[in-house]
Write a new protein. Structure first.
Length: 276
């Protein structure tokens, strides 16, 4: 797989200046990453897709080289900002959207509200429901409080990424895992605080599924904290007009990007080739 040069620029949106990377040429595909990391989390998938596609990566507000976010935001804001990015890049044709966790939620929102902007939708480890009440009180609220008081430290980073990666991914890909953890540790603290508020206030997306009429592929491993497993993805796909679900290796939101890159690249490529 050849390495492709990525050209980055800041694009003005309602959520501030978002860092946008572009590589490859061909039909456009947009990648939006998970919470807590930035577009570097896609790793070799960018080069895999750029073999035959124009790959557009978007760093969400407050992440990577995007400007810090100083206000609360919603999934609707993120979807609108993505459209603003596409408009300013001159991308008028429907795009293939690939979203990891948060990015999958943005994609579902955009597909339901503006289906003409998407040709297809792929989500990776993107549960449709927020973390459980028990998870909030036993893990996320305490971690959020510690973060507000002292910022990122080894305890917070380890607890967060043990959940995001699952037990096997860090051992399998220590360098890429370290890169993602470093991105979190370097992130703007106020932006992370806004992310925590967003995470605690977003609502289940189940009611949007019937409106997602574009061809959709739901890829997931096991996310026990959010009661989201391959069987749940199958049930979600059944509620959508043109969707199917595929199981991948790796737990958590980021585990599959470390453990199952080849399968993800091959499955997504096959999915795109099957579209009219």
């Amino acid at each position: 797989m050849a390495a492709h040069t990525t050209v980055s620029s800041l694009v003005s949106t309602r959520l501030g200046a978002l860092n946008v990377g572009q590589s490859g040429s061909g039909p456009p595909v947009v990648l939006w990453h998970s919470l807590w990391v930035d577009s570097r989390s896609w790793g070799p998938l960018i080069d895999a897709f750029a073999e035959h596609r124009r790959v557009v990566t978007i760093d969400g507000p407050g992440y990577g080289r995007s400007s810090p976010i100083r206000r609360d935001f919603t999934l609707d804001d993120c979807a609108a900002a993505a459209v603003e990015v596409l408009d300013q890049l001159g991308v008028t044709e429907p795009v293939d959207w690939v979203g990891n966790a948060w990015g999958g939620h943005v994609g579902i929102t955009l597909a339901a509200d503006q289906p003409h902007r998407l040709r297809s939708l792929v989500t990776i480890a993107a549960p449709l429901t927020p973390v459980s009440r028990r998870q909030r009180w036993t893990k996320t609220y305490p971690l959020a409080l510690i973060y507000r008081l002292v910022g990122p430290n080894r305890l917070i980073t380890k607890a967060l990424f043990d959940t995001l990666f699952g037990p096997k991914a860090i051992a399998a890909q220590p360098d890429r895992a370290a890169q993602m953890m470093n991105a979190f540790n370097a992130a703007d603290r106020e932006s992370i605080r806004r992310t925590i508020r967003f995470m605690h206030h977003w609502h289940a997306l189940s009611d949007k599924l019937p409106a997602v009429i574009v061809p959709t592929l739901l890829m997931t491993g096991d996310l026990p904290d959010q009661q989201w497993q391959p069987a749940d993805a199958q049930a979600a796909a059944a509620a959508m007009p043109r969707a199917r679900a595929v199981a991948v290796t790796g737990a958590g939101h980021l585990g599959p990007l470390l453990l199952d890159v080849d399968l993800i690249a091959a499955t997504v490529g096959e999915f795109w080739r099957s579209l009219p």
